[in-house]
Design a protein around this ligand. Structure first.
Ligand SMILES: Cc1cc2nc3c(=O)[nH]c(=O)nc-3n(C[C@H](O)[C@H](O)[C@H](O)COP(=O)(O)OP(=O)(O)OC[C@H]3O[C@@H](n4cnc5c(N)ncnc54)[C@H](O)[C@@H]3O)c2cc1C
Length: 390
């Protein structure tokens, strides 16, 4: 008799990667969630959501067979990073300083999704187009009332995870009172494969390198902006909003990439930091369902893919007679993820707090610290390792 499938709730990138990993490991997954294949990529048009994919996440996507399916013309290697403080401090990190090909790769959300879809098709993974509703003994019930038997529910259903709530897994959450405004920009000058980040008045502006277009060089903006200011920007008519964002950017970047022109829609995402205990009997959380971090280091998806990789390892290595949903098995997963998730939260939250205060000694100290670090190659090596998660 066939054993019941492991049900993956949620069909975002982390859920798709979970199902693909399970299928490759011969562990019979079933996906539960909306199914909408991404539209084919159009030259010159770039999906508004892009991710900085770290080297470990890139290796994992490669092992899953998804990385090789990406169109390399739409990927950009981040060869270096320039971080500017708010009083003259700055640090420059280069991938070659640690003999890495890149600190990260900028990839569109839709492209990673397409690659995962394609790979999943090869394995013929079961897909129930419905939503998770509640847990029952030995399985779950979907919104349409269907019962799915399973020894393990993987909750990959995002920040407002219904699986997390149904399993009674508590989470602590803090609102940053900021929104991440994202859009793509045309730049007059080449980005040179550099990611640039400015800490200004408690806000953070990042420009990520993207492929050139017919309109010129291209970068992707992630601006962590105070919520009321962000809402005002989002409420503006399109042209006024573009003009406003361009003016703000010219002031922050001191035109280091020449004039910047908004070339796509401007989207906003609420920013929170959250942590949970990740498991309950018969339930494991992955990705944003389990934890969220500030996007200033671009690591949320990378952490989620790390969850999937470790959960798969625990499931593959568990004793043959143990059920995948056994508490002892799942506790191994929780232990494996505790340190990396904690470290990333502390690093991003710590940096955010450090740059959120305008006390003069702190402002002076953080900027002097940046300039000092910039002159210490061994400290830079460590920062490069942290920035590339390598
Ligand atoms: C501005 C910004 C920039 C970022 N930049 C980066 C970056 O550069 N690099 C990086 O690594 N990370 C980045 N992140 C973080 C990254 O976006 C998230 O960590 C990642 O998208 C989480 O993916 P997920 O699959 O866990 O969740 P989601 O993408 O939220 O997917 C959840 C899925 O679950 C489905 N779902 C919800 N409820 C149910 C239900 N009841 N039943 C079934 N399905 C359900 C939803 O439809 C959805 O498909 C950024 C985040 C922000 C806000």
């Amino acid at each position: 008799m066939k054993s019941p499938s492991i049900v993956v709730c949620g069909t975002g990138l982390v859920g798709l990667a979970s199902a693909l990993g399970l299928a490759r490991a011969g562990l019979r997954p079933c996906l539960l969630g909306p199914r909408q294949a991404p539209a084919p990529a159009v030259p010159e048009h770039y999906h508004p959501r892009v991710y900085a994919v770290s080297p470990p996440a890139q290796r994992f996507l490669h092992e899953l067979g998804a990385w090789g399916l990406l169109d390399t013309r739409r990927l950009t290697a981040v060869e270096g990073m320039q971080v500017y403080g708010d009083a003259g401090g700055s640090v420059e990190l280069r991938a070659w300083q640690r003999m890495l090909p890149a600190l990260a790769w900028i990839a569109e959300s839709s492209e990673i999704e397409r690659a995962l879809y394609q790979a999943l098709q090869v394995f013929g993974v079961d897909w129930v187009e419905d939503r998770f509703e509640r847990l029952v003994q030995g399985g779950l019930i979907t919104s349409s009332g269907r019962e799915l038997k399973t020894p393990l529910v993987i909750g990959a259903d995002g920040a407002n995870s219904a699986v997390r709530q149904a399993a009674g897994i508590t989470q602590t959450e803090r609102d940053y009172r900021q929104m991440g405004l994202v859009t793509h920009l045309s730049a007059a000058l080449p980005h040179g494969g550099m990611a640039r980040q400015w800490f200004v008045d408690g806000e953070i502006v990042a420009l990520l390198p993207m492929p050139d277009t017919a309109q010129g060089h291209q970068v992707s903006m992630v601006w962590s902006m105070e919520t009321s200011r962000a809402q005002t920007v989002l409420a503006m008519p399109e042209q006024a909003r573009a003009d406003h964002v361009q003016r703000l950017l010219a002031a922050v970047t001191a035109d280091c990439l020449g004039p910047l022109t908004v070339r796509g829609e401007v989207l906003g995402f609420a920013l929170t930091v959250a942590q949970s205990s990740m498991v309950a009997p018969g339930v494991a959380l992955v990705g944003d369902a389990a934890h969220r971090v500030h996007p200033l280091a671009g690591q949320g998806l990378n952490l989620g893919l790390g969850d999937v990789e470790h959960l798969l390892r625990v499931l593959v290595e568990k004793p043959a007679l143990a059920s995948p949903g056994d508490e002892t098995v799942l506790r191994r997963y929780r232990r494996a993820r505790a340190e990396p998730v904690w470290a990333m939260r502390m690093a991003t939250d710590g940096l955010h707090r450090l740059f959120s205060t305008d006390l003069p000694p702190v402002v002076l100290g953080r900027n002097l610290g940046m300039s000092l670090v910039n002159r210490l190659p061994w400290v830079k090596q460590r920062l490069i390792a942290a920035a590339s998660n390598n």
